[in-house]
Design a protein around this ligand. Structure first.
Ligand code: SF4
Length: 233
């Protein structure tokens, strides 16, 4: 999993150049795609990193490239300077590395042992695509991953309530039984999950922004990303 963690010191600030973002609660300015953020320093690091929320860039604090940045810069482009070809690659590899994160989680679950060979095969396909990101149809791989992760989730959760895509924004969920729940794609913005034992709940794509998670047990949660954890309170 460590190669799926961002190492900004080996990147050239791709996440601060490639994506567009618009003025909102998460970003203080409008920034077009493939344009460096004005706060990006000459050393490719953020000049306001320590005060991002105070300066109106909360969105940057919850971003995660899953290690795509340094992989593209170092492994694919040999440490070269930023270029349009590098930007193209980053857009693809970022999405593929997110898939690799989920597949690594799936592979670590003993309950999903009957599917481990399939997970390995798909991981190899996604890894190969990341090494050669041109002409990759990411949606095909995403679709295949989605189906396989669904099967993994079924084996690992072995039951549990289905709340897939449920709108639970702002809800007090402290008394709910969410152990091993299917919360894939659920909207949990501002929800109160304090002290809740989620067990192996499937949190793939769940929106945990500002959810209150103090004392909640997320240690076994499936497909939980650092991005989601950082977005919660
Ligand atoms: S504010 Fe900092 S972290 Fe956010 S895009 Fe700009 S340079 Fe990057």
């Amino acid at each position: 999993m460590t190669e799926l963690e961002a190492d900004c010191s080996r990147c050239v600030g791709l996440c601060c150049v490639v994506p567009a973002f618009g003025r909102s609660a998460d970003f203080a300015i409008d920034k077009p795609a493939r344009t460096p953020c004005p706060h990006l320093g000459g050393d490719h690091l953020c000049t306001i990193h320590e005060v991002l929320p105070e300066r109106g860039f909360r969105g940057c604090t919850v971003y995660d490239c899953f290690g795509a940045g340094q992989f593209v810069v170092q492994d694919l482009f040999g440490g070269a300077a930023p270029s349009p070809a590098m930007f193209d690659a980053f857009e693809v590899v970022e999405r593929l590395h997110e898939l690799l994160w989920y597949l690594a989680d799936a592979r670590s679950r003993p309950e999903a042992a009957p599917l481990h060979d399939e997970v390995d095969g798909l991981r190899d396909r996604v890894s190969a695509a990341a090494r050669s990101p041109h002409d990759v149809d990411v949606t095909v791989l995403q679709s295949r991953c989605g189906a396989l992760l669904d099967e993994v989730s079924g084996l690992v959760r072995a039951g549990g309530p289905s709340l897939r895509h449920a709108d639970l924004a702002g809800r007090d969920l402290r008394e709910e039984d969410l152990y091993a729940a299917d919360l894939r794609g659920a909207v949990l913005i501002g929800a109160d999950l304090r002290g809740v034992d989620l067990g192996p709940a499937d949190l793939l794509g769940a929106d945990l922004r500002d959810a209150r998670v103090a004392g909640a047990d997320l240690s076994q949660a499936l497909f939980l990303t650092r991005l989601q954890v950082r977005a919660a309170r």
